[in-house]
Ligand binder design. Structure first.
Ligand code: NAD
Ligand code: TYD
Length: 354
């Protein structure tokens, strides 16, 4: 059994499906189903007898203690977090609670649980903390990509909360010999990503004939990784990664935002043609406060130690992603109702006043 936190979200749900497709051990998914958590995401595994769902918060220490003692997992894969930079600007509180305090709580529960296990069980246990490239901060154009030893320099409430959690995990590995590994991944995209992030927002808006908001001059750069490639890397890190160590996971696919949006438009022109090219919907809007200019990751260490390489390139992964959203109008209809509309108003209609 492995315990996955945040498995009803975008990456966690893809990870669970990938895990159950390749590994023998069962999965218990602990998720409190925030706006980003969605039981529909787990439909592909719902009938697998090895999948168990527990609704709850990573800040509920009694619940975590119970789950650990009941299910005796040999690994924890920790995804649960608030994950959207724009939301962290509008309301940082939940980011501190879930990403920092929640991770601390999970570490404490794991430390207590491991004290009850045999030396052999402790040695084979893994706490895999899933983090982001944003902890390295904004890189100047042309600067080398961040390696695992690049100093942390987080610039948003989101990345600061993830950096704090990474530090706690490393401190537990060093101080208590908790068998933890940290991974720092670049921007993921693929099926089941909530349409608040750039790629699914652009696809969903373009299909609905709505504007495609591009922040600032559109020249901020992100490195993009197809979600299944992230999941494969995490499985390899679990089996081959060194305890106490950190691994960067990236797609070697740096793109400006405007390039990403234009590419989506041209894929849609082909797969779902409208009367005019989708690019006509692009709208430059006031920038995100404190917007990091560029992220880029050097993944030499991961490839050298585990042999991992992404299976998708940006063109193939993006086409698959667009096709998935075109094939799942019901999934989109359910997530864009209710609170989603309020978020769109908060984030986009108030931009001029920032
Ligand atoms: P997501 O927002 O889609 O999903 C997060 C999930 O965590 C949701 O199901 C939510 O209900 C759950 N959750 C949040 N707070 C919780 C709490 N207190 N207790 C229990 N469950 C809680 O996020 P995602 O994009 O799938 O990201 C997963 C992880 O990967 C995060 O830790 C994120 O920082 C990290 N990450 C994401 C990206 C990316 O591009 N999306 C890149 C690198 C790293
Ligand atoms: P996002 O998907 O929010 O991920 P992150 O901020 O974690 O990198 O944004 C990706 C890039 O796209 C980022 O530079 C901000 C930009 N962006 C837009 O230009 N318009 C949008 O509507 C959104 C959501 C993001």
């Amino acid at each position: 059994m492995i315990l996955v936190t945040g498995g009803a979200g975008f990456i966690g749900s893809n990870f669970i499906a990938e895990w159950l497709g390749h590994e023998k051990s069962a999965v218990i998914n602990l998720d409190n189903l925030t706006y980003a958590g969605n039981q529909d995401n787990l439909k592909p595994v719902a009938n697998d007898a090895r999948y168990v769902f527990a609704q709850g918060d990573i800040n509920d220490r009694a619940l975590i203690d119970l789950l650990l003692r009941q299910h005796k997992p040999h690994a924890i894969v920790h995804f649960a977090a608030e994950s959207h930079v724009d939301r962290s600007i509008h309301g940082p509180d939940e980011f501190v609670q879930s990403n920092i305090v929640g991770t601390f709580n999970l570490l404490e529960a794991t430390r207590a649980y491991l004290q009850e296990q045999s030396a052999a069980e402790r040695a084979s246990f893994r706490f895999l903390h899933v983090s982001t490239d944003e902890v390295y901060g904004s890189l100047p154009a042309g600067a080398p990509a961040a390696t695992e030893s690049t100093p942390y320099d987080p610039q948003s409430p989101y990345s600061a909360s993830k950096a704090a959690a990474d530090h706690l995990v490393r401190a537990y590995a060093n101080t208590y010999r908790l068998p933890a590994i940290v991974t720092n991944c670049s921007n993921n995209y693929g099926p089941r990503q909530f349409p608040e992030k750039l790629i699914p927002l652009t696809i969903v808006n373009a299909c609905a004939g709505k504007h495609l908001p591009v922040y600032g001059d559109g020249l901020n750069v992100r490195d993009w990784l197809y979600v299944t490639d992230h999941c494969t890397a995490l499985r390899l890190v679990l089996s081959k990664g060194r305890v106490g160590d950190t691994y960067n996971i990236g797609g070697n696919a740096e793109k400006t935002n405007i390039e990403v949006v234009r590419t989506i438009c041209s894929i849609l022109d082909e797969l779902k043609p409208a009367s005019e090219p989708h690019e006509r919907l692009i709208e430059f809007v006031p920038d995100r406060p404190g917007h990091d200019r560029r992220y880029a990751l050097d993944c030499t260490k991961l490839t050298a130690e585990t042999g991992w390489r992404p299976a998708e390139n940006f063109a193939s992964g993006l086409r698959k992603t667009v096709q998935w959203y075109l094939d799942h109008p019901d999934w989109i209809a359910r997530v864009v109702s209710g609170d989603y509309k309020k978020w769109i108003t908060t984030n986009y209609e108030a931009r001029d006043k920032q």
